[in-house]
Design a binder for this molecule. Structure first.
Ligand SMILES: [Zn+2]
Length: 392
C-alpha cells in the first residue's frame, strides 16, 4: 500500500489541542498531512513533513476533518414539497406530516429506498460529510422498520432504531399497543441492525413515560439511547436523556435552566445536538447554542436531513446558520460539526486529524475554515478523502 502526502495546506484544523496553536481546533498554518492506507500517519508543518509515495498539492487551501453528521433520516421515499410550500405560506408544522412519508416509504421497493439513500449520501459527501448516522422511523411496522435498518446498515455503522418516531397510524386508537410493539417484536427484529435506539419525545408523539419505556427496552437489547428532545415545546426529553445516559439529546430548542444544568452536569456524556436546518425550514425559534456553551455543555451540529422538517444534507449550511443565528463562533461551529458529532456518536477515531485517526478530511476552496460561515451557500468543499481514499 502507498502513503500520500497532502501538503501546502494553508490552514489545517486538527481538533487536537496538542497540535499547533493550542486552541480546541489545534490550528496549524502551512501544514501537511500524511495518509497511510485508511489512517492519518502524521500531521505538522509542511516544511517538516516526511516523504511519502505520492503527493497532493493543496495550493494553500484550508483542510478540515470530514464532517460528522450525527443525526439524519435518510431511509425514506417521496418528498414533501407541497407541505413545505404550504408551511412557508403560513401553516405551522406538526409531527403529523411524518405520516405522508410513512405511506410513501411503505410503498417503495428495497431498491428504491437504497437508491434514494445512496443519492443523499453522495450529495452529503460532496459537501464534506465523511460519517453519518441515519435512522428508521418511516416504516412503523415490524417488517418496514427492520428493512430500513438493514438498508442503512449496508452504508453506515451508525444506525439508529426509531420505531418510536410517531405512533403508527395503524395504532391511532391504541398508542399503548404501539409502544408494546416498539419495545417487543419490532425491537427484536431491528436490534441486530442498529447501534442506537431513539424516540421522539414530544407532544403528539411520545410522552416521558412512553419514551422511557422505549429507551430502557432498547438498552436492555444492547442499544445505546439518543433522544429527539425538546424540539417543539418544553418537556421531559432532555432530563430523561441525561438520566438514561443517552449519547445525545437532539434539538434542545426549548430548554429550562434545569435542562441546561442537567446537560452540563453530565460532563459531556450527553451531548446537545443542535439541528438548525429544522428551525430554518419550519421558521421556528432558534436553539440558543451560546447558553449551552457558556454553561459548559458539549454541543454537536447536525443536519437532521429528512424530507419533512429539514431537507438539507449540507453541514456547511448548518455551520453558517449556527454562527449567524445561534450565536456560535465560527471556531465553535466547526468543532461542533466535526468533533462534536463524533462525541455524540461516542467516537474518538473521527472528527479529528491526528496520528491514528481515520483519514477523513476535506479541502476547502478558501484560506480558512471561517469561510464556511463567512461565505454561506458557496460550494467551498473542493476535495474529500474518506478512509484515505479520495472520493470527491
Ligand atoms: Zn430527527
Amino acid at each position: 500500500m502507498t502513503t500520500t502526502l497532502v501538503t501546502n495546506i494553508g490552514s489545517l484544523v486538527t481538533n487536537d489541542p496538542a497540535q499547533g496553536d493550542g486552541t480546541p481546533l489545534g490550528l496549524i498554518e502551512n501544514a501537511a498531512v500524511v495518509i497511510d492506507q485508511d489512517k492519518i500517519a502524521w500531521v505538522g508543518a509542511a516544511a517538516e513533513a516526511p516523504a511519502a509515495d505520492t503527493a497532493f498539492d493543496a495550493q494553500g487551501r484550508a483542510a478540515i476533518p470530514g464532517f460528522v453528521d450525527s443525526h439524519s433520516h435518510l431511509v425514506f421515499a417521496g418528498d414533501r414539497t407541497q407541505e413545505f410550500n404550504a408551511r412557508m405560506s403560513g401553516r405551522s408544522y406538526s409531527a403529523g406530516g411524518i405520516r405522508t412519508t410513512v405511506a410513501a416509504t411503505r410503498a417503495a421497493t428495497d431498491a428504491e429506498l437504497e437508491a434514494n439513500l445512496v443519492r443523499h449520501l453522495h450529495e452529503a459527501r460532496r459537501q464534506g460529510t465523511t460519517t453519518f448516522e441515519t435512522k428508521s422511523g418511516y416504516g412503523l411496522t415490524v417488517a418496514d422498520e427492520a428493512r430500513a435498518l438493514r438498508i442503512a446498515a449496508a452504508h453506515t455503522e451508525e444506525v439508529t432504531y426509531l420505531g418510536a418516531h410517531i405512533v403508527s397510524p395503524d395504532y391511532a386508537e391504541d398508542p399503548a399497543g404501539y409502544v408494546d410493539l416498539v419495545t417487543g417484536e419490532m425491537l427484536d427484529a431491528c436490534a441486530p441492525y442498529a447501534r442506537w435506539v431513539d424516540v421522539f419525545c414530544e407532544k403528539g408523539a411520545f410522552d416521558g413515560d412512553q419514551a422511557r419505556a422505549v429507551l430502557t427496552a432498547g438498552a436492555a437489547k444492547g442499544l445505546i439511547p439518543r433522544v429527539h428532545a425538546n424540539q417543539l415545546s418544553f418537556g421531559p426529553g432532555v432530563q430523561l436523556a441525561v438520566e438514561l445516559e443517552a449519547a445525545s439529546a437532539d434539538h434542545c430548542t426549548h430548554l429550562t435552566d434545569a435542562d441546561v444544568d442537567a446537560l452540563a452536569n453530565s460532563s459531556g456524556r450527553t451531548v446537545a445536538t443542535l439541528l438548525p436546518g429544522a428551525e430554518f425550514s419550519t421558521r421556528a425559534q432558534w436553539p440558543d447554542a451560546r447558553r449551552l456553551l457558556d454553561a459548559g455543555v458539549t454541543v454537536a451540529l447536525s443536519t437532521d436531513c429528512n424530507p419533512g422538517s429539514s431537507y438539507t444534507s449540507s453541514m456547511p449550511f448548518c455551520i453558517a446558520l449556527a454562527v449567524r443565528d445561534m450565536r456560535m463562533t465560527p471556531d465553535e461551529a466547526l468543532w461542533s460539526a466535526t468533533t462534536g458529532g463524533a462525541r455524540a456518536l461516542r467516537r474518538t477515531d473521527i472528527g479529528v486529524l491526528a496520528p491514528g485517526a481515520r483519514a477523513d478530511l476535506a479541502l476547502l476552496d478558501a484560506p480558512s475554515h471561517v469561510h464556511l460561515a463567512y461565505r454561506p451557500g458557496v460550494p467551498l468543499v473542493s476535495a474529500v478523502w474518506q478512509r484515505g481514499v479520495r472520493v470527491h
